[in-house]
Design a protein around this ligand. Sequence first.
Ligand code: UDP
Ligand code: MG
Length: 313
Amino acid sequence: MDISIVIPLYNEEESLPELTAWIERVVQAHQFSYEIIMIDDGSTDGSWEVLQQLSSRNPNVKGIRFQRNYGKSAALNEGFKAASGEVVITMDADMQDSPDEIPALRNMIIEGKYDIVSGWKKKRYDNAFTKNLPSKLFNAAARRMSKIHLHDFNCGLKAYRKRVVKSIEVYGEMHRYVPVLAKWAGFRKIGEKIVEHRPRKYGVTKFGWSRFVNGFLDLLTIFFMGKFGKRPMHFFGLWGTVFFLFGSLIFIYLTISKFFLLITGMTQRPLFFFAILAMIIGTQLFLAGFLGELISRNSSERNQYLIDGKIGL
Ligand code: UDP
Ligand code: MG
């Protein structure tokens, strides 16, 4: 199969028929063998019924329905599991992404230059103040932390080589950072294509202000996981030691000044409390590091390698 188109959707009943028809037009014009996998993320409107109708008309349209709303990441993850096309393309269901981009995105993957191509909504049709400006800041931070040079991490329109989607797991709210997950899995060839963006035609956006708070927290997680996820002790142990040593040095100084310099009132000095605090924090950090090590030792992913080739085995 040439292409799997994975579409997460939550209460998008009005858009689905139009979107499907448009995708069908594009893929048929290029004679791709394809499937459209729609993941109904627990919609409470008629999305699932619409999906059933679309699927009965065209068996290439496949649907997965969640019992409740699990979020875009979960929907993408499930779609990735089900996808069987050589190139997997994700897009939003609200018709903000144009299916006309599909052939060009596919080509960029097929030509072999890229494992992932991310869309870049260079000209956006969203509210400038609540979305475009924060999104610029956010993308700049994401670029710095991940060292992946994309302008638009959160673009729903992306293309992947099949191998990529089969070797990553999108969880939590990580749909914003799929390229980062892919990079961790060892896929370095990450490209970008300017794509057409359109105003939302039906329905409303599913992410409010919380997107920036959550997006930022997830970014910190990404940064930490990428650096220390497999070796937490190297972070917590280091800082734990620094704090503990710092506290100990102050104590040594206080002891000397009490017994040799005969300065009284040691417990009245701010330094005394500072030393205690530093030692407690240091111990806590150390413990956190040990717990982190235990957790990562028990993780089912501790030894999951993506093997690229073997000789003589
Ligand atoms: N979506 C989803 N589950 C959710 C929230 C959103 O599957 O819990 C889908 C939604 O239906 C749409 C896509 O994710 O297809 C992007 O959502 P939206 O257009 O609301 O985001 P925005 O374009 O405002 O960033
Ligand atoms: Mg949208």
